[in-house]
Design a protein around this ligand. Structure first.
Ligand SMILES: CC(=O)N[C@H]1[C@@H](OP(=O)(O)O)O[C@H](CO)[C@@H](O)[C@@H]1O
Ligand SMILES: [Mg+2]
Length: 560
């Protein structure tokens, strides 16, 4: 590779010198980017900027994204996620280089890493390329400073352009990158127009032979005191038929980001968020996480307690599966299996955290359910293998992917039906599927667009939250976190459902599980927090709690 020249070398050395890695600091790209206490993040963020710019150079100048956020973590944390040109998470093949660069101990070490990586990847540095990185941040106090740090990192790759898209939800930035690289409109206004218009269109396609209008019932949304609440307030006027009340909206002074609120808190603690009160009992509620890429629903069950009926990612996935399957059955004429109008390879992707009852429900529908490790990057990649791939983590990360080839077949069918059978049930079902491809954010899980698809499907089915809760009954489950010396000493396999290191631990877990009816338990190192996570489920709450506790004690005793 031609020497990149003095300007490029100097730019990299200068950036590395601006934000040196403190002795003892260790950054790991983890489940969803680099993440730590906000004031310590500058070195990793600067280097992530360099990686993002290199990624764009590698992809011939295609737009790449970089979001400054720490999602569901406490407000004092911050982090950085890199968005690949397809709108998904950065290719996993680039994570080892990202880790090495984030931990490069000296400016010269960083320079050598970049030069060697550029050579290995066939990247020509110096003049003559048009790398561009779209930037965004959430509402965290360290966000503005870290966005400037990221810009310095991006500009350390000579010729790169950093485009600040503002304060956005993480899925908005993913959507912008995906659309920009597909030559589609990609502003925030375009995003709002697409989701609100396709939502309205889906409502217009609701069969009017079903009584009642569930949409007019109030929906209370917990915005986690984050960016999702602010954006929902912004588009509320365009959602005329929804009676939405936003709590923890993110407005100045209303509350602290993710503090006893937000989808992660609600899903893990199974209690209602701050700001909700006894007179909200029985109302349909939704909760976003701090960067609005997670969604769960819930209902407060009693005026005298904080307990809730949780409708988690597994149930959101199941609702979408039922709706999409119904439309496919109508399009294909449920009885005629041969020469289907729209043959579809339909896949469902879960992780070990999926409640056993949800997996059983989906398999009983005759669906292919596959498992991957935790983390959107793994589920998303697997879902791309299908014509329609639906993935959700129990915590509310998830979306629906439609392959381009499938969408063009669907568009042709809809066009054919509009001339030969306009308004027929088959035509309506094809149009519903098309509207769904526009409403759901196919770049990444999106609390805003996901909530609108849930509301449209509930309206379509004229379902109450009770109907939705009743599709299956979760097995009681419990999650615990265990602080250990080195969480990386736990190595898992089989989509994190089994431990292969340290040896002997899995046998001890299996022995504990055998004591419980419908028992299941697994442990894995967190990729976002310095803990080992324990998940247990069993036939009763007491049993699930006891199984989780006994396995957590095992982990503490062996790795503590
Ligand atoms: C049990 C759990 O909720 N794990 C979360 C959490 O990852 P961990 O690696 O478990 O810390 O954060 C990830 C990023 O938000 C999310 O994808 C994942 O589902
Ligand atoms: Mg998040």
């Amino acid at each position: 590779m031609a020497d990149p020249g003095g300007e490029q070398r100097a730019a990299l050395l200068a950036a590395a010198s601006l934000f040196p890695v403190p002795d003892g600091a260790k950054f790991s790209y983890g489940t969803a980017g680099f993440r730590a206490e906000g004031s310590t993040m500058a070195p990793a963020v600067c280097r992530a900027g360099i990686v993002a710019a290199l990624r764009s150079v590698k992809l011939g100048g295609a737009a790449v994204g970089l979001v400054i956020t720490a999602s569901h973590n406490p407000v004092g944390d911050n982090g950085v996620k890199i968005v690949d040109a397809d709108g998904g998470m950065m290719s996993q093949a680039w994570e080892p280089f990202s880790d090495a660069l984030a931990n490069a101990p000296t400016p010269d070490a960083l320079l050598q890493l970049v030069l060697q990586f550029a050579k290995d990847e066939g990247i020509t540095l110096g003049e003559g390329h048009s790398a561009q990185v779209l930037l965004a941040r959430d509402t965290r106090p360290t966000g503005e400073y870290l966005l400037d740090v990221a810009t310095k990192g991006i500009n350390a790759i000579v010729g790169s352009v950093a485009l600040d898209m503002g304060i956005l939800t993480t899925p908005q930035l993913h959507w912008m990158v995906r659309n920009k690289n597909r030559g589609l409109k990609s502003s925030e206004e375009d995003y709002f127009t697409q989701i609100t218009e396709s939502f309205r269109h889906l409502l217009e396609l609701t069969p009017d032979d079903k009584g009642g209008d569930k949409l007019m019932e109030k929906l209370i949304v917990d915005g986690a005191n984050g960016i999702g609440g602010l954006k929902l307030e912004e588009i509320k006027p365009k959602l005329a038929r929804l009676d939405i009340v936003v709590r923890n909206s993110g407005k100045e002074g209303e509350g602290i980001l993710n503090e006893r609120c937000g989808a992660d808190f609600v899903q893990k603690e199974k209690v209602h968020p701050l700001g909700f009160a006894p007179n909200d009992v029985g109302v349909r509620c939704a909760s976003f996480d701090g960067d609005a890429d997670r969604l769960v629903y819930f209902r407060i069950t009693s005026p005298s307690s904080t307990t809730i009926d949780l409708v988690d990612g597994d149930k959101i996935l199941s609702l979408f599966v039922l709706f999409i399957r119904e439309q496919l059955d109508i399009v294909n004429g449920k009885d005629s299996q041969d020469n289907q109008a729209l043959p579809t390879r339909f896949g469902v992707v879960q992780t070990a955290y999926a409640n056993g009852a949800s997996t059983e429900f989906l398999k009983n529908l005759g669906l292919e359910v596959v498992f991957t490790s935790t983390g959107v990057k793994y589920l998303h990649k697997k879902a791309l293998e299908y014509d329609i791939g639906i993935y959700f983590e129990a915590n509310g990360h998830g979306t629906v992917l439609f392959a381009d080839e499938f969408v063009s077949r669907l568009e042709s069918l809809a066009s054919e039906l509009s001339s030969k059978a306009a308004g027929s049930p088959q035509h309506q079902a094809a149009l519903r599927l098309l509207a769904t491809t526009q409403l759901i954010n196919q770049a990444v899980g999106d609390a805003l667009s996901g909530m609108l698809l849930v509301e449209a499907v509930l309206q379509h089915k004229r379902w109450t939250l009770q109907n939705w809760c009743d599709i299956y009954t979760d097995l009681p489950s419990k999650q615990l976190k265990v602080k250990v010396k080195d969480r990386a000493s736990i190595v898992t396999t089989d989509a994190e459902r089994k431990v292969c290191q340290p040896s002997g631990l899995q046998e001890l877990i299996d022995r504990e599980v055998a004591n419980y009816s419908q028992g299941r338990c697994f442990v894995r190192p967190s990729g976002t927090e310095d803990v080992v996570r324990v998940y247990a489920e069993a036939s009763t709450v007491e049993a699930a709690d006891s199984l989780a506790k006994s396995v957590a004690q095992l982990v503490e005793r062996i790795l503590g």
